[in-house]
Design a protein around this ligand. Structure first.
Ligand SMILES: *[C@@H]1O[C@H](CO)[C@@H](O)[C@H](O)[C@H]1NC(C)=O
Ligand SMILES: *[C@@H]1O[C@H](CO)[C@@H](O)[C@H](O)[C@H]1NC(C)=O
Ligand SMILES: *[C@@H]1O[C@H](CO)[C@@H](O)[C@H](O)[C@H]1NC(C)=O
Ligand SMILES: *[C@@H]1O[C@H](CO)[C@@H](O)[C@H](O)[C@H]1NC(C)=O
Length: 320
């Protein structure tokens, strides 16, 4: 597997090298460069030069859907670990399942040791957390079957397709940030398929107290650190750190409430709108281990547990 990973990295390096060359001579280069973001820079690249690292600035929102709907949408071979989400949110409504929308801006992604940097991109999609992919009754995996990804980033589009993800090239508002602020103070995010009618639109207002959010930060930390899969040929292990300067103090996660409008797989009916949705806006640095064998992640409990202690032992938290 180590060999497979390094081959993939070299492959990625090759694509990137030719892509940057193209960009340097193409018209789009100016457009890409003029795009300035408010995201903080990647603090992990130096510490983990042999891994893909980056910053993910995201709105994470929970849409409670009925367990029957969840069962209809999620492939039947993956059990739903209801006990796991009840342990995290005991008050979660009876008979419901926490579907998540992740609307994010990927910034400063690097594979430092190879001198690789990837252009920023946005992505959004429905994610089905807390699934029993390994069949052991307790390891949580997250099914992310489809994504809208910035059409301007072929590396991101292909990188996601390699998981068997249904990828829709998309354009975003705002172009270079995780969201922007409307005149009424709410945040706004919109992604629209270039050649399809797929769409996500989020408008969120800040909650005055974290206690008004029925979902604790722990739920989002837990979900976003679950290995992700699409067609389960391979799994993505993205370790998101919630205990760095990017996520504490002035940058602490913001609890939000608002609405999500969407038309995307696997909801194939007409456009839907959910109001009264709760979530958080949080930026985290991440370390990403791509294209792992899903079964090798059985028993993995993510950050907050061994994930953080691993980084902790390396003593990096103090320096971030
Ligand atoms: C996340 O994005 C928002 C909106 O652009 C920005 O204000 C904030 O500084 C970003 N946070 C980090 C830690 O990058
Ligand atoms: C996520 O929640 C489950 C269920 O409570 C728990 O077993 C697991 O250890 C949690 N993982 C993390 C990273 O907190
Ligand atoms: C999953 O997707 C990958 C990438 O498109 C493909 O190579 C693989 O054959 C697919 N596997 C299944 C079981 O559909
Ligand atoms: C982050 O880690 C430090 C040192 O381990 C600890 O003192 C602090 O409480 C942690 N902060 C958060 C928000 O978890």
């Amino acid at each position: 597997m180590a060999l497979r990973l390094s081959l993939l990295q070299v492959f990625a390096a090759a694509i990137l090298a030719s892509f940057s060359l193209l960009l340097a001579h193409g018209e789009s280069a100016a457009t890409v460069r003029s795009c300035t973001t408010h995201d903080h820079h990647n603090t992990l690249a130096e510490l983990f030069p042999n891994s893909a690292t980056g910053v993910l600035n995201a709105t994470l929102a929970i849409i409670p859907i009925s367990l029957e709907t969840a069962r209809r949408l999620i492939p039947p071979q993956y059990g739903i670990l209801e006990r796991a989400y009840r342990a995290l949110v005991p008050s979660f409504p009876e008979g419901m399942y926490p579907l998540m929308v992740q609307a994010a801006h990927d910034h400063d992604v690097q594979l430092r040791a190879y001198g690789i940097t990837i252009d920023d991109f946005s992505r959004v999609g429905f994610e089905f957390p807390l699934l029993d992919l390994a069949g052991d009754g307790y390891s949580s995996f997250r099914w992310a079957p489809a994504q809208l990804i910035s059409a301007t980033n072929p590396i991101a589009l292909e990188g996601s397709r390699a998981y068997g993800t249904l990828v829709t090239p998309a354009k975003y508002e705002p172009l270079c940030d995780a969201y922007h602020r409307l005149a009424n103070g709410h945040t706004y995010f919109r992604g629209v398929g270039l050649d399809s009618s797929d769409l996500f639109e989020l408008e969120m207002a800040r909650l005055s107290h974290a206690a008004l959010n029925p979902y604790p930060l722990e739920l989002f930390k837990n979900i976003t650190n679950q290995p992700t899969f699409a067609n389960a040929t391979s799994c993505d292990n993205m370790i998101r750190l919630f205990n760095t300067s990017m996520t504490v103090g002035a940058n602490a996660p913001v609890h939000v409430h608002g609405r999500v409008r969407a038309r995307a797989f696997p909801f194939q009916e007409a456009e839907k709108e959910w109001t009264d949705i709760y979530g958080v806006q949080v930026a985290t640095p991440f370390i990403e281990n791509n294209y792992l064998e899903c079964r090798s992640m059985r028993g993995y409990s993510g950050t907050g547990g061994p994930g953080d202690s691993y980084v902790h032992e390396a003593n990096v938290n103090d320096e971030l």
